[in-house]
Design a protein around this ligand. Sequence first.
Ligand code: CP
Length: 327
Amino acid sequence: MPRLQSVPPVTRNRSLLDTRLLSSEEIVFLFAQSSELEKLANIHGNFYDPATSFSRKTVFCLFLEPSTRTRLSFEMAAHRLGHRVVLLDVGSGSSRAKGETDVDTVLNVLAMNPDLLVIRYNRSPELDELLPSIEVPIISGGNATSAHPTQALLDAFTIFREKNHTENLRGERVLIVGDIRHSRVARSNFDVLLKLGAEVGVCGPKAWLPDQDEIKGIRIFHNLDEAMSWPSVFMGLRVQIERHEDSEEDSNSMRDFNDQYGLNKERLKLLSSEALILHPGPINHGVEFTKEVLLDPRSRVLKQVSNGVLIRAALLADFLGARKLGK
Ligand code: CP
């Protein structure tokens, strides 16, 4: 019978707002927890043994920016752990439409005593200051262009499993391509991948590369065709028009993007047959990837989504206490 360890790896930090608080050992331990939960689900259909008792908790999901994968996978993970979910997202008619601030929204949600808060929000120095001081555990579902910790964890977990690693990601060369400057996914991935011993490279339009101090220890490629033989993992990123400042320049850039930096039929031929293809989603079809890419046997884009449920369930299980799962 699979058994989850009762000492959580991440709760010493109280919340998970950024992967920089995690050690490589904690990350690999989280991967092991995720695999154990999957074994439980294979036996019982859920992430717990129905013969064991546990205290049902309430997870509030507060999405102040749109989401499909992150929001639904947190909900799925919480339900399959046997917990309750209360959801507020920007599309569900919240009092933000009446001008309520994000800080007031969070304080009101906390006044209802959730056991854990999952939050996605856009740039907010006030929330950046408030969240670390809150007693209730908080897991970030993505914060502006700063951090998307659970996405980076599920990306690394996907590489770890698909490439049969057991301790770290040494030997992997991960090429992150596209709109890196505006990507919280890239920033969290730099941290997690380097910590686990992978080599990391970036390739994208000069205007969309991050500042030099953000890419210390990272290889920069300017020509994607020349870079294609390097990676063992190709990670496309969404071009984030909504975070760009000059929309006219963007529409030109989008048109040119696939020619210079997109993955397409010709570039698939230049990528190693052993490589993996990842993308956090949502995909701009014909921009980052043409239609052949998701059908390619090297694509693990939907596997990332499945793994996202496991990683988020492992985090929830840890933060919600040392529940006895299994006998
Ligand atoms: N990868 C990701 O964060 O997707 P969503 O915006 O749909 O959650």
